[in-house]
Design a protein around this ligand. Sequence first.
Ligand code: Q46
Ligand code: ZN
Length: 314
Amino acid sequence: MNCTKCPTSTRAVIGLPRHNAAFCKACFITFVHEQVARAIKSFKMLSPEDRILVAVSGGKDSLALWHILLTLGYRADALYVNLGIGSYSEESHRKVRHYADTVAASYGAKLLVHVVEQEAGAGIRELATILHRPTCSTCGTIKRYQFNRAAIEQEYDVMATGHNLDDEAARLLGNVLHWQNDYLDKQSPTLPASVEGFAKKVKPLCRLSEREIAAYAVVNRLDYIVEECPMAKGSKMILYKEVLNRLETESPGTKQRFYWGFLDKQAKPDEPAESMADKDQRTLVPCDSCGQPTTAGTCTYCKMMAKAKTAAPR
Ligand code: Q46
Ligand code: ZN
């Protein structure tokens, strides 16, 4: 199979049925960069002078995102949250540190690190047990809090995450299956900053599939952790992705049509309503302990940390 774009018809390294195309290495890298640039432009994600904070996990998506943004000339630092999940966290931390030292540093970009165990006195699994909460919900609260706090306190203009087309289509399927209208309202590739203290959030990989990003990581020799977080096993998101992958195999382009169709409808709302972010954040006040936005009194994160410290004194 030859590249469908090159005049010289070089041998293709990847076939993309949903685009009816196949690309050689150079054309594929250009394709990925163009898809990211298109997402950034159509959803008004970034401007050239923005200081960006990328949420990195050590996986292919977030490391590829950091790499693409730096390659495209953006000023992008990254934050890694070490969850304290045994060898998975050790390995993912090593991968992020390696990329930061060997590549990001040459662009003048730096890596920030938050270690859950250092603040909470326990890793995420032990913490979830102490708090009688599901591990992934505890993890979500901590990661959202730490990323927002770092972005606000260190004056980044925008926070970027590595969510891809597969993630967004799976999330959309879950939200539709359960008619989660609030979540559907907020499922946008760009969420604006709010006066109450939420940083602007963007998803520049939303036009690219998981397979395309994995291929991009491989051709660019990005050293990422292949293993999934062990806590993800059996999650609904994985099931939704499997279902969508089956549909995609039968009918290439299904995921794209599903998610992009939703974004098109979202861009033309029936009600000319207030901004979606306003709807949700109107009642927010600063947490009386840390100052981050919350609905009342002390925020969930501060309550969790207080409880963790009482339960597991160091
Ligand atoms: S990292 Fe955290 Fe995921 Fe691991 S503990 Fe669950 S939520 S599965 S994105
Ligand atoms: Zn707080």
